[in-house]
Design a binder for this molecule. Structure first.
Ligand SMILES: NC(=O)c1ccc[n+]([C@@H]2O[C@H](COP(=O)([O-])OP(=O)(O)OC[C@H]3O[C@@H](n4cnc5c(N)ncnc54)[C@H](OP(=O)(O)O)[C@@H]3O)[C@@H](O)[C@H]2O)c1
Length: 212
């Protein structure tokens, strides 16, 4: 059993990961500013701004999963917040998993990342800030930090929760598509994949993508 700190553990991504990890018997600590509408038994909900709460919670972690989103008050803050989470995780000797965006993937080996091409206006800010958090890890993460940057499929998110399929695929930084050319993953399948990576670490200082 590991102590897993899920930063943004009441959000779409974090909430699914908290449920999956707690269901497998891990000690789960969720960080958010507000209480969840349906708290899960056995999960410790630490309330407050990440900048204040992480400093006292991360030192006890085996694994930290970063699931904030660059929206609302977090716009423009995410790179600095994640740099500090990476530092705290390294100091604690904790593994660090950071969830980012589909746009940080590449359509083909060696091709520019999606974020370097045409990004629809409604996704631009989130795509650029998510990509900046990936670059921060690659360029600035503490040398001894065991990190994984995880991009979900293109069709993923609270707007498209999808049905649980019970399977997923893990790729590298080249996006995975199905036979019909779709890239999708349900919230619950994504959470299973993330907690599988926690239970059986298969990647180190790597960018992976998860799709059905
Ligand atoms: N297809 C894609 O590429 C795709 C689609 C969706 C999401 N994503 C990525 O997945 C990640 C998670 O997104 P999401 O949609 O799951 O997030 P979300 O539902 O918006 O959840 C954000 C979480 O962070 C918490 N939070 C926000 N500000 C905070 C603060 N200052 N201090 C502490 N907690 C705070 C929120 O709770 P409170 O508000 O109560 O604090 C909530 O628990 C992001 O990186 C996003 O870009 C990618």
């Amino acid at each position: 059993m590991a102590t897993i700190v899920v930063v943004g553990g009441t959000g779409y991504t974090g909430g699914n990961i908290v449920r999956e990890a707690a269901g497998r018997g891990h000690a789960v600590v969720s960080i958010s500013r507000t209480e969840p509408s349906e708290p899960l038994e056995g999960v410790r909900y630490e309330l407050g701004d990440v900048g204040e709460v992480a400093a006292r919670v991360v030192p006890g972690a085996d694994v930290v999963v970063a699931c904030l989103s660059p929206r609302r008050e977090m716009v423009g803050r995410l790179v600095d917040v994640y740099r500090e989470l990476a530092r705290l995780s390294a100091e604690a000797g904790a593994r660090y998993l950071q969830v980012g965006g589909f746009s940080s993937l590449r359509p083909a080996p060696g091709a520019p990342r999606f974020v370097e091409g045409e990004v629809p206006e409604e996704f631009r800010q989130e795509a650029f800030e998510g990509e900046a958090t990936r670059a921060m890890l690659v360029d600035d993460a503490p040398a001894d930090l065991d990190w994984v940057f995880i991009s979900p499929a293109g069709s993923y998110g609270a707007f498209a929760p999808g049905d649980h399929q019970g399977h997923y695929r893990v790729g590298g930084e080249v996006a995975l598509f199905d036979a019909e050319g779709n890239s999708s993953i349900s919230g619950t399948d994504f959470a299973v994949a993330v907690v599988d990576e926690i239970d059986t670490p298969a990647h180190r200082r790597a960018h992976i993508g998860i799709a059905s």
